[in-house]
Design a protein around this ligand. Structure first.
Ligand code: ADP
Ligand code: MG
Length: 269
């Protein structure tokens, strides 16, 4: 949907699930890092007022001036809000607490579902990136709607727990509604199973059920529950910088390769 002026079109992926704590931010951070490690130029947009993606890259709250909020309001462009990360080739647009008011403000704005797209679509800086990952808040709010209206695809992290599928149908219905109203070309880039615990038979059963229900849209790569992954943000680092050999980091590298492989397949088809 997004066509940059010089013709280079980054792949814009919204990482979304209205459930909190399912691994959206962890996936956005580590998938972005893995893609950058492969040599891609990547931008993360932190669209959650909680700002966990920004904190996860060690970006101090006090140092965040402009943020994704100014993109939504159209007060700033990418170049003005961009911050580098410790990962070469990976940049972030942080979120600040301002964003927590955005949902209410958006209600009264014109083109309220298109604000992000309106600001970014013709921003020349977008041409510098191969991937843009949007870390969505844990709701189907106007912020998430803005991400889905801009994106080419949605990546859905799904936690391997008993109620994993609950709420998924609502998310899928929302995606259908966005397609029919705001963004006809929106696709599901895939569902990734997160926090998989191989010692837990429930995890295994959930994985089987989800694959049975959703089929090939579920990535082969499964992200294991891994303590190194959960420790990394408190050090202000992606897991791949904190401990690149841990099982979680390795899984995110495999997820990045799987995404590239799917893209090659889609292009060849
Ligand atoms: P969301 O963004 O969907 O709310 P997070 O990515 O913040 O979810 O993850 C929720 C919590 O689970 C965080 O404390 C995070 O560190 C932890 N977590 C996420 N993925 C893993 C994993 N693979 N192994 C261990 N802990 C994880
Ligand atoms: Mg989050």
């Amino acid at each position: 949907s997004s066509q940059n002026l010089d013709g280079h079109q980054p792949n814009i992926i919204a990482v979304a699930n209205q459930k909190g704590g399912v691994g959206k931010t962890t996936t956005a951070i580590n998938l972005a890092t893995a893609l950058a490690a492969i040599g891609k130029k990547v931008l993360i947009i932190d669209l959650d007022p909680q700002g966990n993606a920004s904190t996860g890259f060690g970006i101090d709250r006090s140092k965040r001036k402009l943020s994704s909020y100014e993109l939504i309001t159209g007060e700033a462009d990418i170049a003005a809000v961009l911050a580098p990360t410790a990962v070469p080739g990976l940049y972030i647009i942080p979120s600040t607490i301002d964003l927590s008011g955005a949902d209410t403000e958006l209600v009264t704005m014109s083109r309220r579902a298109y604000r992000l797209r309106d600001t970014l679509e013709f921003d020349p800086s977008l041409g510098n990136f191969d991937y843009v990952l949007i870390d969505c808040p844990p709701s189907l709010s106007l912020l998430t709607l803005n991400a889905l209206t801009l994106a080419q695809s949605v990546l859905v992290p799904l936690q391997c727990e008993f109620f994993a599928l609950e709420g998924l149908s609502l998310l899928l219905r929302t995606i259908e509604r966005v397609k029919s109203t705001y963004n006809a070309s929106l696709a599901i880039s895939g569902v990734v199973l997160t926090m998989f615990d191989k010692r837990n038979r429930l995890s295994d059963q959930v994985a089987k059920d989800v694959r049975g229900y959703l089929g090939d849209v579920v990535f082969k790569t499964v992200i294991p529950r891994n303590v190194r992954v959960s420790e990394a943000p408190s050090h202000g680092k992606p897991a791949l910088l904190y401990d690149h050999r841990c099982s979680g980091s390795q899984a995110y590298m495999r997820l990045a390769s799987e995404i590239l492989k799917r893209e090659r397949k889609a292009k060849a088809a």
